[in-house]
Ligand binder design. Structure first.
Ligand code: UD1
Ligand code: UDP
Length: 375
């Protein structure tokens, strides 16, 4: 069975790395890895950590790229790779433009698609943008769906996707997390080395979503600035800033120059997981961190208008804080000042899997494609 894995951004790489390793280790599988490099530096950080060498690298990233640029470059870049390799199945992950466009390129070549992290939905076409439509369209091209949770399976069934094509696997992010968390680690980053994690309440922040750029990010960053100033003796904010120049400009405008706000470069996954584990709480618009934080027992304030990951909210570790300054400020302040409110959120639960998602995906692939079956 020839399986080609394709990804392009940091979160896809983190969540696909343990799966690619599992495929490579399986004697019945010929594993081919193709990266689009929709992200360059942030992708390479993950490839280095998991010691993965791509067989193909489309190297498409351009500064300030538009969604159309990504779409055109992935579509034309994938065509010759698919024609040459003719895999039995191509695995794509989640909801980025690399994901959807690779699925589309496979459809044009009549090559089967497996969708990892299938079935997440907000039912809001423009939020997250363009991710909601990317995953809906990928779901309707895919031939086999690896749903992290039962709710994700139900979402697919509601769209008339056949139950026989869905496997509930857990999320591969837990496989990745367990591979790096728990290993002894000392920070090498100069800023992190100076932070007093024992006596200070550290808030880890990330923010990058396209629909938050502009007005909403101004609200989010203003709330963080106000919290940092009000709690200047107790709180340190650590924000590894995404390499998107638009995000960096806005983060600089609102947060630069505040003594206890540390704007640092994106961290590789191992230091980042350790930073989350040592933090008091997390404030983010990231998808993946809503899955990692509950497993680490860290409260998360989700700075978005909706989430496709309600399991973390139901489990009690995540709260939807929205994108309005006063609400975000009030929710962050409550976590800092109300021990009961904090303790109610700070417990380790894991609605996203047991760390064996990759094994289940490989087993499902073998039973579906192992005997030479295609689309
Ligand atoms: C992309 C995905 C989003 C995902 C996010 C994870 C799309 C449309 N968006 O959003 O779903 O949640 O990745 O982070 O698929 N840049 C660099 N180096 C890097 C990475 C990015 O310089 O390693 C800069 C470039 O100028 C690039 C810009 O960031 O043009 C934006 O990257 P892009 O992939 O278009 O969008 P993201 O917001 O990162
Ligand atoms: N992450 C990382 N270094 C950082 C910030 C985040 O390794 O400096 C990890 C984080 O643990 C999570 C993933 O990157 O697994 C999230 O990526 P991102 O926020 O870019 O995308 P999203 O999760 O929103 O798709």
């Amino acid at each position: 069975m020839k399986v080609m894995s394709v990804f392009g951004t940091r979160p896809e790489a983190i969540k696909m790395a343990p799966l690619v390793r599992a495929l490579q280790d399986d004697p019945d599988v010929e594993s081919v890895l193709c990266v689009t490099a929709q992200h360059r530096q942030m992708l390479d950080q993950v490839l280095d950590l998991f010691e993965l060498t791509p067989d193909y690298d489309l190297n498409i990233m351009q500064p300030n790229q538009t969604i159309s640029m990504i779409t055109a470059n992935v579509l034309t870049g994938m065509e010759p790779v698919l024609q040459k390799e003719k895999p039995d199945v191509v695995l794509v992950h989640g909801d980025t433009s690399t994901t959807f466009v690779t699925a589309l390129a496979c459809f044009y070549q009549q090559i089967a698609v497996g969708h990892v992290e299938a079935g997440l939905r907000t039912y809001d076409k423009y939020s997250p943008f363009p991710e909601e439509m990317n995953r809906v369209l990928t779901g309707h091209i895919a031939d086999i769906h690896f749903a992290p949770t039962e709710r994700n399976r139900q979402n697919l069934l509601a769209e008339s996707i056949a139950d026989s094509k869905i496997a509930i696997t857990g999320n591969t992010v837990i496989d990745a997390l367990l591979q790096v968390a728990g290993k002894p680690y000392e920070f090498e980053d100069e800023t992190l080395k100076t932070i007093d994690f024992e006596h200070k309440k550290v808030i880890t922040v990330t923010c990058h979503r396209r629909e938050n750029l502009g007005e909403y990010m101004a609200h989010i960053f203003s709330a963080i600035a106000e919290i940092a100033r009000e709690f200047k003796d107790e709180v340190e904010v650590v924000y590894p800033v995404h390499l998107n120049p638009k995000v960096r400009a806005e983060a600089d405008e609102f947060l630069k120059g505040i003594d206890n706000v540390h704007l640092i470069e994106p961290l590789t996954y191992q230091p980042f997981v350790n930073l989350m584990a040592k933090s008091y709480f997390i404030l983010t618009d990231s998808g993946g961190m809503q899955e990692e934080a509950p497993a680490l027992g860290k409260p998360v304030l989700v700075v978005r208008r909706e989430t496709e990951r309600p399991e973390a909210i139901e489990a009690g570790t995540a709260k939807l804080a929205g994108v309005e300054k006063q609400t975000i400020y009030a929710m962050a302040k409550e976590l800092l000042t109300d021990r009961n409110a904090y303790d109610a959120m700070a417990h380790a639960v894991n609605p996203y899997g047991d760390g064996h998602a990759c094994e289940r995906i490989v087993a499902a692939l073998k039973s579906r494609f192992g005997a030479g079956e295609t689309c």
